[in-house]
Design a protein around this ligand. Sequence first.
Ligand SMILES: *[C@@H]1O[C@H](CO)[C@@H](O)[C@H](O)[C@H]1NC(C)=O
Ligand SMILES: *[C@@H]1O[C@H](CO)[C@@H](O)[C@H](O)[C@H]1NC(C)=O
Length: 301
Amino acid sequence: MSFPCTTPTVPFMLLISLVLASFMVVSAGTFYQDFDLKWGDGRAKIQNNGELLTLSLDKASGSGFQSKSEYLFGKIDMQLKLVPGNSAGTVTAYYASPPIHISLSSQGNTHDEIDFEFLGNLSGDPYILHTNVFSQGKGNREQQFYLWFDPTADFHTYSILWNPQRIIFSVDGTPIREFKNSESIGVPFPKNQPMRIYSSLWNADDWATRGGLVKTDWTQAPFTASYMNFSANACVWSSGASSCTSTSPSSTSSDNAWLTQQLDSTSQERLQWVQKNYMIYNYCTDTKRFPQGLPPECNLS
Ligand SMILES: *[C@@H]1O[C@H](CO)[C@@H](O)[C@H](O)[C@H]1NC(C)=O
Ligand SMILES: *[C@@H]1O[C@H](CO)[C@@H](O)[C@H](O)[C@H]1NC(C)=O
């Protein structure tokens, strides 16, 4: 964009701030508008005029895609329908992470990531939904769940709410995990780098299903996962600036309530219901793994 060389006039500034403010809410576009197919040599496909995206995996390769935009905080929703039938050994990863243009080695200790991973299983056996949060290179914060429905029968909505105070993972609007900002007790929180949304379908039969005991049955290939109805209510990061900082507080509307959202009492109860009935692993209770003491964020309720 080229700017006029004169001092900007008030209407000009107004125009600019309107343009920026309008980026605050990124309404759902098509998959053509929002994503790039990144790998898999034709195994990732956008279909139905951009309303459906599918990833597939066969013996030769998996596939993946990434968002065109980078976000620094947002409420990101996607509907997924996972690999049906015998999906043992397959993993569908859906996550937010800083752009890969920073090589992993140079990124070193600053890597952030907010992860959903779906570990396939034999027909009729439950998927595991694996979650993790990395901040400044440190992960080891796994929580795993079974789901209260068959995630291969229909599309379900998987959401990441990421604001400066917390990260909330939700499934069909039910929170399953909250990771609070615990910087006050020295735990880094991902908030200094914009992230893209990534997804990939790949073979992980060395560890995914029953710890690697069940191998991928390639006679069932190709394996396919489907995506629909992406929506990002988010601050878009572009050319070193956030679309949100330009918005004056007076323009606060319900559209950006997510920026300060927290769990209300009903949501807390839903979260406890999931954690009581569907959580199968929680790093915060794994005292064997952390003989020197549980990670500090675990001691906050
Ligand atoms: C697969 O099914 C078995 C048996 O029900 C279960 O123990 C396991 O947690 C399931 N999920 C994965 C990913 O192994
Ligand atoms: C798409 O997602 C939005 C919110 O993210 C939701 O309101 C709408 O019902 C969804 N559409 C379908 C077809 O599920």
